[in-house]
Design a protein around this ligand. Sequence first.
Ligand SMILES: *[C@@H]1O[C@H](CO)[C@@H](O)[C@H](O)[C@H]1NC(C)=O
Ligand SMILES: *[C@@H]1O[C@H](CO)[C@@H](O)[C@H](O)[C@H]1NC(C)=O
Ligand SMILES: *[C@@H]1O[C@H](CO)[C@@H](O)[C@H](O)[C@H]1NC(C)=O
Ligand SMILES: *[C@@H]1O[C@H](CO)[C@@H](O)[C@H](O)[C@H]1NC(C)=O
Length: 500
Amino acid sequence: MASCCLRAWSLWLLCSCAASPPNFVLLFADDLGFGDLGCYGHPSSLTPNLDRLAAAGLRLTDFYCTSPVCSPSRASLLTGRYQTRSGIYPGVLYPGSVGGLPLNETTIAEVLKPLGYATAAVGKWHLGLGANGTFLPTKQGFDHFLGIPYSHDMGPCQNLTCFPPDVKCFGVCDVGTVTVPLMYGEVIKQQPVNFPELESAYSDFAVDFITASAKNKQPFFLYYPSHHTHYPQYAGAGAAGRSLRGPFGDSLLEFDNTVGNLMTTLKKTGVINNTLVFFTADNGPELMRMSRGGNSGALKCGKGTTYEGGMREPAIAYWPGRIQPGVTHELASTLDILPTIASLAGATLPKVMLDGVDMTEILVKRGKSKREAMMFYPVDPSEKYGLFALRLGKYKAHFYTRGSSHSSTVPDQDCSVLTALKFHDPPLIFDVEADPSENYPLSLEERPDLQDVLKRIKAVKTQFEASMVFGESQISKGSDPNLRPCCNPECSPKPSCCHC
Ligand SMILES: *[C@@H]1O[C@H](CO)[C@@H](O)[C@H](O)[C@H]1NC(C)=O
Ligand SMILES: *[C@@H]1O[C@H](CO)[C@@H](O)[C@H](O)[C@H]1NC(C)=O
Ligand SMILES: *[C@@H]1O[C@H](CO)[C@@H](O)[C@H](O)[C@H]1NC(C)=O
Ligand SMILES: *[C@@H]1O[C@H](CO)[C@@H](O)[C@H](O)[C@H]1NC(C)=O
């Protein structure tokens, strides 16, 4: 029925088919743990809108991102490829970084553009800025962008207001660089950004984008990578002091309020029944922030580690009429979002080695996952060490383990930065269905059947690593202070004069 549309979608206005291609709203939280949402068991978080999405949609319990830190995880989300291929490693990009997500990588927005989609990114980019904005979202398939090109702690924040009326941001953030800018398209609108007013600017921008697209009868893709709930926590008047969970809870509530605004807009504009809303997060909680950071629930450790808490994330798929309410334990990943969106839209996949698989069957038919395994790279992947861990079915094997500064402070010493790199031969094996907390490594002596499992895991690892061509590291290209964004480029002394 819709095939004429699918084949010649650029002519979609002329096409008289009843079905129009679906819209996509991709919500991406930051440093949010597996245990942080009400619908994932947090006892005091207030997330009524996300909880409603979960109740009326599909909640995924075995959903993984590809990296325990920001930039690489985002590169995988938008390209359907492990970060090692695109070169977004080791670690993350900085305000003056020379590199960024290479322009020849194909993002979800670029997959959808040929079909006539309107595309917008709002929030945290963190895939590069570069000379003259080389790597901004507007260069990667997004028609519109409002946001911060990197993390909102990547500039001095000690004198900035994070909560109204004038509660200063907690901590110092990154000193010695420019204050964080708010960009509209490729232009700096405000520097430093006004945190208490930021979310309402994002919400208005996203609401306007949906409203305009619906009015034009144009299919759309809205990518909303929120700064919430990354350090430092902030929130405006609608959420400050309104949660039961302090600054972290307020920040999460503010994000949830925006989700509510977007859902209301989808309903009001009449497009809700033709829109897939997908929610997940970039990596596990930053436990070093203690009660100002997130919570990985039943999972071990958090951000910076390849334990479950670093990379297993809450995920919700909502599409009234298409996705039945429920819970799935099928294995899936941020890598799978690009192929799934492409399949639902009838778009052509990029002609590159993809690591994602189409998860439409899981979403709309409650079917089985096409994903056999999930690979775990550390913050600093290298050809020398390769994968730190691999999950195959319900078994996860750790070849290397290491703690992280991001996850220090919890009682489990395995998470601590003081726990150095350990090589495991044979690998540590856990049944992450029976033991999601990775507390009880299985014994190969007591479980001879595991020899077979281990053999299969090693075969999958060998085959995967043989297919892995490491792209040139973009982050190793280094930083140039002159590339740091300044709203007043000719001013001096920098960086303090970059204030508009
Ligand atoms: C992008 O270009 C670089 C440099 O020429 C190349 O190594 C890489 O394979 C290309 N990536 C893709 C996805 O085409
Ligand atoms: C950036 O733009 C400026 C002004 O147009 C130009 O002089 C400079 O060469 C550009 N830099 C790069 C790396 O393209
Ligand atoms: C913050 O305020 C203090 C006191 O007014 C001042 O000494 C310091 O230079 C300010 N720091 C920044 C980064 O603006
Ligand atoms: C969406 O579908 C439901 C169930 O068929 C219907 O009740 C509702 O009015 C529809 N909403 C819109 C905005 O079309």
